[in-house]
Design a protein around this ligand. Sequence first.
Ligand code: AP5
Ligand code: MG
Length: 228
Amino acid sequence: MSDRTYLVLLGAPGAGKGTQAQLLEERLGIPQISTGEIFRYNLKNQTELGQLAQSYYDKGELVPDEVTIRMVEARLSQEDAAKGAIMDGFPRNLLQAEALDEMTAGYGGINVVPFFQLEDDVVTMRITGRRVCRNCDRVYHLTFNPPSGEGCDSCGGELYQRNDDKPETVQNRLYIYYKQTSPLIGYYFAKGLLEEVDGARSIQEMQEQLLERLASRNVKAAKSAVSD
Ligand code: AP5
Ligand code: MG
């Protein structure tokens, strides 16, 4: 029996994976690993990885598997992931899913795969209103989850709109999601790991439903929310 917990958050772009992962991180005491955020950090700092990822990222296409898989492997071996991780945006196709199975096999494998369900038109509304902190990556929505002032509530950083959040790119991201990522719903269902969460609920309600689903699989919150 392993004491590591690995979650895979599955859902379309804009379904709320990042928002829920950021809330869950504190609750479970394991880090969010967002491949999208790692790419954005590297784009911002114009690293070799960032330059390689740029053209794929800007079109909403997947960065090549060999690069992404190596990157995740390195991230999972860092000290803060010694008790597990909340995977946000990885895996995104079957090859990546098989790679993650191998990476976690020695630690009891993946515990649960929460799947956030949401209609495409809501997805578009969520994405176009999104703003992200340039400094700490905290996610906001102009209407549904606005910051209390001009900058980020956590660190005061500048809020910006992601490059791939333009309407024409959003369509392509949805297309890529249905073609490459949605087969993972069946993959994890067949393994008995899938737990559906209603992505149309409020952020707080989604978090509650998510925690219930996790508890039903014996993944329990280590800490209660600050607002409890
Ligand atoms: P990534 O950053 O992973 O983007 P994504 O999958 O398209 O997902 P999003 O971040 O857009 O949505 P989300 O589900 O996190 O929603 P959020 O919580 O922000 O990937 C970007 C790119 O990187 C890819 O296109 C690809 O190029 C590359 N990449 C990444 N991973 C890769 C991989 N594994 N392989 C290859 N390439 C990869 O919420 C959205 C908005 O809605 C926010 O404004 C939020 O405030 C609001 N909101 C959230 N929940 C609610 C709610 N319940 N009610 C109302 N509003 C809400
Ligand atoms: Mg995200």
